[in-house]
Design a protein around this ligand. Structure first.
Ligand SMILES: [Zn+2]
Length: 252
């Protein structure tokens, strides 16, 4: 089935529980590497009938919802994926009444859903992110359509970025994610974004390319995942930025 282009198509598309699960899985672990949200282990067994994993590291089970905005929601991933799709594909935004009507939930549930999704997409709070913070950026739209692996998208430079939108995601480990559309991916712009959201003294984790751009930020310690690869894998509890909804943006 093709990626939905209308609301009706989206409702049908995500009503298949396997497909909704697969979409959510791709959002959360775009590179396909599922890691335990508790201990970070990538060694686990998937229990297909219950759609959960059993971790060999901490011996506990985890679902896709653990550590995400869906975590304590009684609503299924089909509803969440549909809401995500609607929110990221409607030019003029969507009201909780519209969402409630469209996917068959109460207006109150719809309000909470929208609130949570918007929080991950446009969080713009005065509180600075601190502690261990991860930063990532990608391009959406245009030819980036097929480039769901953010690293691939990041390699597009110069003229190739003309019809694309640059998005930067900053996450506080164990805390919130902030996603902003940035005018370009010049050093100055990216640094300003980090300064706006991250407290001085925070440990900033990012990839080699972005760390090069961010390295001059006063007061932030920048760690590159390439420089610290082995060590970072061990200490990273949950590499959260990689689950940002790049794919749904791209699907528009
Ligand atoms: Zn574990």
């Amino acid at each position: 089935m093709e990626t939905p282009t209308t609301l009706q198509e989206a409702i049908v598309y995500f009503s298949d529980p396997d497909r909704a699960f697969q979409c959510a899985l791709n959002l959360r672990w775009p590179n396909g590497l599922v890691s335990c949200p508790r201990c970070g282990s990538e060694r686990h067994a998937f229990i297909k009938s219950r759609r959960i994993w059993e971790c060999y590291g901490c011996k506990k089970q985890f679902s896709l919802k653990v550590g995400t905005i869906f975590e304590d929601s009684p609503l299924g991933l089909d509803k969440w994926m549909c809401a995500y799709w609607l929110l990221t594909n409607s030019k003029n935004g969507i009201s909780s009444c519209e969402l409630a009507r469209s996917i068959g939930i109460t207006q109150k549930s719809a309000w909470h859903m929208l609130h949570r999704i918007r929080k991950t997409l446009h969080e713009d709070s005065a509180v600075l992110l601190s502690g261990e913070v991860e930063a990532d950026e990608t391009f959406i739209g245009g030819k980036a359509r097929n480039m769901h692996v953010s690293k691939k998208a990041r390699r597009i430079t110069g003229a190739g970025t003309v019809d694309k939108t640059a998005v930067m995601g900053i996450l506080e480990r164990g805390g919130t994610v902030r996603t902003t559309v940035v005018a370009d991916r010049k050093k100055k712009t990216l640094q300003a974004e980090v300064k706006k959201h991250v407290e001085a003294g925070a440990a900033l984790y990012t990839d080699a390319l972005l760390s090069y751009e961010l390295v001059e930020i006063a007061g932030a310690y920048v760690f590159s995942d390439e420089l610290f690869e082995g060590w970072l894998k061990d200490c990273a509890v949950f590499v959260g930025v990689s689950w940002l909804p790049w794919r749904l943006f791209v699907a528009s």
